[in-house]
Structure formats: C-alpha cells, structure tokens
Design a protein around this ligand. Structure first.
Ligand code: PMP
Length: 368
C-alpha cells in the first residue's frame, strides 16, 4: 500500500486505523448478517452507533448536558442559512465577524432571513490575513447573536480563543477546527461543522445547540411567515433525534470511529498538543526563510491550514508539482487565492509535516 503525505483541505486525511476499521463493516455488520450500509437507520444496531457517536462527541468537547447534538446533512453551507432561519425573526438583528469567504457566505444567507444582518468587522484593507480582537468590533445593542468562523480554511487564519462578545450568544462555524483543541461549548448557542476535515467523511454535519437556540427555533423560527420547512427545523430535528428522515448512516458510523480514535489519542488536549507541534515546526521554517512568505499574521495563524507564498507564481507551481511527485499531496492553495496551503488536521502526523519542511528546505536551496 502506498499512502502519501496528504495535506488536503477537505475531504481530508483520516487516521489509517479508522479507514481499516471501516472496511470490515461493509459486508457484515455485527449480528445483522448484512453490511452497515444495508441496515435500517431505525434498527437497534444503528441506534447504538448514533448514540455512541453522540456520547463520544459530548465527552470529547465536554458538551453541557442540556445542549442538543444533531447529525444532519447539507454541509456547513446549509447551516449558514439554517442557523439564521431558526434563530431570527424577519427583522431581528444579527452580527457577523467577516474573516474570509465562509463568513461572507454565512452573512449573505442571513440577509435572506432578516432585514438586519450586518458584518460588524472585516479587515479595512480587504486582506484576510488576520482575525479581530474584541477591541476591533462592537456588538450592536439587541443583536440576537454574533456569528464567527473559528478557523478560516482558505486564508489560514484562526481565532486563538473564543471572541469576547459579552452576553450575546455566539454562533460558530467550526468546520475546519472542531475537535482540534478544547473549546468552551457553553459560551456558544450554536456550533456547526461539516465532518470532512477533522471528523470523518463528507455528508455529515455536526450541529450543537444550546437550550436557547432550540427555544428560538420554536418561537422566532416557527413564527416566520409559513413557519420552518421540516428539513430546516432545529426543533423538529431535536425532537426526532436527527431521525426525521434517513440520515447518512455510513457517515455517522465513520464519525463514531474517528471520535473513538480521538479518545484513544488522549482527547482534544492531546490533539491540541500535536497540532501545536506541527504548526510550530512549519511556521518556524517559514519564519526562518527569506524565500517563503507566510500569509497569516502572528496572533491569527491557523494551526489547521498553513498558507504561504513563494517568490513567484512560477516557483509556487514548480514547488507544488515537485512536492506532489515526491509524495507530498494537495499543497495547492484554494483556487480563489492561489499560493500554497498545507492542511494539518488531527490525522496529519508530525512525520508528514517534517517531510514537508525537509522538502521545502531542499527546494529553497535548489531554487534561490
Ligand atoms: N465553513 C468552512 C470554515 C469550511 O472550510 C467549509 C468547507 N471547506 C465550509 C464552511 C463549507 O462546508 P460544506 O462543503 O460542508 O458545505
């Protein structure tokens, strides 16, 4: 078997033991005499899988007992709209911290739900190389929530800590750093994340809701003209325990296996320690070089997606092609920004980052 060093931004590398454990269940799952994908989502065997995944996530993220956990479909992109639709009446205020393309998209969808959604911070020079501190923005009086993107997958910036928004509830898109470090879930009304970076395959979206968020769904959301469509109704999904319709059963099983792997590694603190070490190695190499230029500013640097530029676009292309040939895959920056990006989610090993840094040094010495 040849598995290269995989720096894909998502769908991203998964731990090998998890992938291996998935193979066995395809043809025969437990005592069902059928494959995992061939059994009912209402069977007792699948029920145990879903309950296990939820229990593991609650344990790993220390989710308060009165919070709800959902496994939905539609990706994080659907949550841009669904969160606003459930939490807001048609004229309610909602504030957005605009730190990149994903938060811009979230705000765009919120504007379809209320006349008063606003970006309360975005970089004045239009360069998404940093995130704000609490001194940089002011939450508007009466705002129902502040939405932010914890980690900006495209630009490689990340909030080091939860933004301070006083008593205003927080809504967080954690798609690209969930379970990579400890987070104070209780400070959030809604956390959502597509699974395909740190949690498993695409097609499952984790949504964590505070009691306030569920209540808002039943009041503000249901109070909208026409109410909420069933598939976009947090309250209904909570009542039906994510089983209003057929969920992504295979995806939820894979999610359970990834969460099991995180627990075996020592939980989020062990993940955070590994992620710190990988990032220190890579940023250290970038800072020590005059050839490479890191994109994100100190204090806003992502531990999950490290972005940088080479001396010219031609040399960037050459680097990406030669790295690929050397078994260092998926280093091309997002198509909207170019440059180079290494995604170093939980399942990316320190050895992969060491191999990348060694290759970068070699490339630099041959091309400068
Ligand atoms: N938010 C962030 C931070 C992301 O990185 C992505 C996907 N790369 C999305 C939202 C959109 O996710 P999905 O493709 O699951 O809709």
């Amino acid at each position: 078997m040849t598995r290269a060093h995989n720096f894909s931004a998502g769908p991203a590398a998964l731990p090998l033991p998890v992938l291996e454990s998935l193979q066995g269940v395809l043809t025969e799952f437990e005592d069902t005499q059928a494959g995992l994908m061939e059994i009912s989502h209402r069977s007792k065997q699948f029920d145990a899988v879903a309950k296990s995944a939820e229990a593991r996530l609650r344990d790993i993220l220390n989710i308060p007992e009165d919070y709800s956990v959902l496994f939905l479909q539609g990706g994080a992109s659907l949550q841009f709209y669904m969160s606003a639709l459930n939490l807001l009446g048609t004229d309610d205020k909602a504030d957005y911290l605009i730190t990149g393309s994903w938060s811009q998209k979230a705000l765009k969808d919120a504007k379809r739900c209320t006349s008063d959604a606003e970006g309360i911070w975005s970089p004045d020079d239009g360069v998404f190389n940093r995130v704000p501190t609490s001194a940089d923005y002011k939450v508007r009086d009466g705002s129902q929530f502040v939405h932010y993107t914890t980690n900006n997958t495209i630009f490689g910036t990340q909030f080091e800590t939860t933004p301070d928004c006083g008593s205003t509830p927080l809504v967080a898109d954690m798609s690209s750093d969930i379970c990579s470090r400890a987070v104070d879930v209780a400070k959030h009304a809604v956390i959502y994340a597509g699974a395909q970076k740190n949690l498993g395959p695409s097609g499952v979206t984790v949504v964590i809701l505070s009691p306030w968020a569920v209540e808002r769904s039943r009041t503000a959301g249901q109070g909208r003209p026409g109410g909420l469509p069933a598939m976009l109704d947090y309250g209904l999904m909570v009542d039906k325990e994510s089983l209003y319709n057929t969920p992504n059963t295979f995806g939820i099983f894979a999610l359970d296996r990834v969460l099991n792997w995180i627990q075996d590694q020592g939980g989020v603190n062990a993940m955070a320690d590994l992620n710190d070490r990988k990032a220190a190695h890579l940023y250290g190499a970038l800072d020590a070089s005059e050839f490479w230029t890191p994109h994100a500013l100190q204090g806003s640097r992502s531990l999950m997606n490290v972005t940088w530029r080479g001396p010219s676009e031609d040399l960037e292309k050459k680097f990406i092609a030669e790295a690929d040939a050397a078994g260092l895959k998926a280093l091309k920056g997002h198509r909207s920004v170019g440059g180079i990006r290494a995604s170093t989610y939980n399942a990316c090993s320190l050895e992969s980052v060491e191999a990348l840094v060694a290759f970068m040094k070699d490339f630099e010495s041959k091309n400068s």
